[in-house]
Design a protein around this ligand. Sequence first.
Ligand SMILES: Cc1ncc(COP(=O)(O)O)c(C=O)c1O
Length: 449
Amino acid sequence: MISATETKLPKIKTALPGPKAKEVIAYDAKYMSPSLTREYPLAAERASGAIVEDADGNTFLDFAAGIAVCSTGHCHPKVVAAIQRQAAEMIHIAGTEFYHRHMPEFAEKLVSTMPKSEKWKVFFGNSGTEAVEGAIKLARYHTKRDKLIAFYGCFHGRTLGSLSLTASKNTQRKHFGALLGGVEHIPYPYAYRCALGHTKETCGGEIIELLEQQIFKRLFAPEEVAAIVVEPMQGEGGFIPAPLFFLQELQRICNKHGIMLILDEVQAGMGRTGKWWAYDHAGITPDIVLTAKGIASGMPVAAFIAKESVMDWKAGSHGTTYGGNPVCLAAATTTFDLIEGGLMANAEKMGNYIFSKISDWPNRFKIVGDVRGKGLMIGVEIVRDQRTKERSADLRDAVVDNAFHRGLLTLSSGENSIRVSPPLIIDEEQADFAIQIMEESIREAEKKI
Ligand SMILES: Cc1ncc(COP(=O)(O)O)c(C=O)c1O
């Protein structure tokens, strides 16, 4: 077993993939759905802290965290102990049918992170997409309206309701037929590619105008719109933060027309940006907030948190068999305490540290177009030509692959960006090591042009 205290940095011992990893990959190809996307041939065997060990004993520094899930690192001893303790007490009872204290206990913690001007209620599920589905239903139920506004580039999940909002990659929708009707997509503010040349602080005013002057006047009357659903920081779309004024404007519009503002914090939330929620940076009060991923250190938990006045549906309107599972909530409660007890502050500190070292990459590397994000949610956009901003998925993939071969796990994001989303536990030594590997990987990829 590896332990976080034994090793903080990775070590590659074999060619990658090694012989045992090759066996796992061949085995997987025989039985597993070909719809899964694997970026590089990592066959993980065990993990601890920010280190993942593969089937051949190679170790990797994990700056992907299982898609921003393992916020407390892998197998944090307190999370493991909480899971073990609860598994011996009661594994399942079905919170839809019976009471158990774990649900209100964790719900109270989530509510403590929400704006104090409101009362809040919580519904637990098992995955991000389930939180999105539930929130769509709640918004429709509460408003008695059915239209939804979502954004190009945003990702909200893969089940048919959430997929109707997702507008990230056409492969995610192709051949799946008709989705929810009444969904309109509008552009997301993307400062690096802003056609009007606005900055990271000011980009997006024209989108607000499009919404108010075109969509509301020509397509849907605002009083028909149930919700505007948005990621305050796009995850799968390229780690793109929305300007704060843009989120404030969305809140103004929603308040004006009685539209639910649903913020999808599935990837950005739970302390990753240095605050509980990415929307906290904008100081707004949404109607419904969605969370999953980083909430329970890898155990399947999702939640949507809604204003008490909004969560007014009747018994039987919505339910779940597994949501609020006691073992998963034990992991979530411990994860919450660890995030509150220092990891959120560490995310802010380490995010600032990494930015101080890499924000000049566009000046130092000709294939880096943009470095952006907040806390430990950092996007690096790779281009073939900085002047034309020509996107390069090939060069981006080369950087991600080069990093893997040097012992660093990252993930791609959007068409041509890299997501840097380590566990919130990393320290300066690990950050320095990752930066060094990424710089070498970028340099190597640059030789291709
Ligand atoms: C912002 C956002 N919403 C929803 C989802 C869907 O979550 P899940 O894969 O758990 O269904 C994701 C997953 O990447 C996400 O990033």
